[in-house]
Design a protein around this ligand. Sequence first.
Ligand code: NDP
Ligand code: X2W
Length: 401
Amino acid sequence: MQSSVFSRPTCLHSQQATGTVRAPAHHRSSVTCQVATQEAQQEASSTSSALGGGPKTVRTAVMGASGYTGEEVVRLLSLHPMFAVSALTADSQAGKAYSDIYPHLVTATKVPNLVKIADVDWNDIDAAFCCLPHATTQEVIASLPSHLKIVDLSADFRLQNVDTYREWYGGEHKAPKLQQEAVYGLTEIYREEIKKARLIANPGCYPTSVQLPLYPLLAAGLIQTEDIIVDAKSGVSGAGRSAKVNLLYTEIAEGINSYGVSAHRHMPEIEQGLTDAAKVDVTISFTPHLMPMTRGMQSTIYVKLAGGATIDELRTALKNRYDQEPFVTVLPEGTVPHTRYVRGSNHVHMSVFPDRLKGRAIIICVLDNLVKGASGQAIQNLNLISGIPETTGLLQAAMFP
Ligand SMILES: NC(=O)C1=CN([C@@H]2O[C@H](COP(=O)(O)OP(=O)(O)OC[C@H]3O[C@@H](n4cnc5c(N)ncnc54)[C@H](OP(=O)(O)O)[C@@H]3O)[C@@H](O)[C@H]2O)C=CC1
Ligand SMILES: CC(=O)N[C@@H](CCC(=O)OP(=O)(O)O)C(=O)O
């Protein structure tokens, strides 16, 4: 069993000296990368898989591997010492070699060809990443054998209330029992529940970028539960790889547009998490925008301070909450987050600013929609439920410039 899906050495970090330097939080994303990658990999190699106490290598299947999030799982697993890619599925692209559809992964000579889901031998698989379009996933997952650990990247199991699912996704939930079993995979918030889970509902990209900053602030009563306004922006890869006219270069370049105005299906998902934090109903105003960039996401969030709280208190609360988190960095006062500083990485950057309007704050949070917004967080969650260090295979710094 191979521990890397690539045929050549892919990580120079594994040849570098170890150390125990811990950088200041705002530098941590890049500075500790070389050290921590090796530490995590050594720790991972000495940890038995929690998946039945069987082989150390976890044999994974990536369903929907011809799509963008599936590709991102395969790309990230090239640096993962414990997860092997043992099956790749596709629909229209089934039958092809992986490098035929993703030539940048031409060195991934050890990955299997794309097959239909029905042709996977699940006896040879320990865990699955489900990267299928939402509403197609419920029946697929319900049909899989129960020994599998599953991280579902679609929205199908995120909403705990199936009535809310019907309202926003336009149909009855087809696996309501499984829905009750699913654990929402916002790792930094629900880590302990995730460790014990078999089925993870991986969060949406927008919901990750809104809940990570707001959850601790609502839980601490530092911001009001009303009049939360989220202005969010996404790169085009957020819409997947399938061909659509509105995603053509000619329709995207040199302009931006809002979509899903007052109606985007991520609103109930975000409200579910924020309500859990505040312990009272929270509603938000949320408007997403499509940006002429390939990947990246920014949520600019306008909130009202609660009970005389100050901007410094908000910043301190977030810093304290995320100080030990390897993937979440609260930037120093006055520092503006940029999507380009998290591009290709599992890192989240956030910052708190005073609004010119008294009693209000502006919070900005950025991430890569395909990594922390999807496939990176999915691997982080499977690391957790496999009993290996959560950072395994994920500590690479952002691609810049
Ligand atoms: N893109 C992003 O930034 C994010 C996406 N997500 C979610 O992740 C999931 C995957 O998204 P993404 O990778 O962007 O989507 P893509 O459209 O890029 O890929 C979809 C994949 O699913 C396969 N597929 C489509 N229909 C079927 C079917 N009926 N049966 C079996 N396989 C099928 C496709 O196969 P083929 O190509 O062979 O036809 C392809 O491999 C979605 O639920 C999405 O909402 C979540 C967070 C962020
Ligand atoms: C740019 C773009 O189209 N983004 C997608 C969101 C990303 C995503 O796929 O979210 P889910 O996992 O919830 O489906 C959208 O707005 O529907």
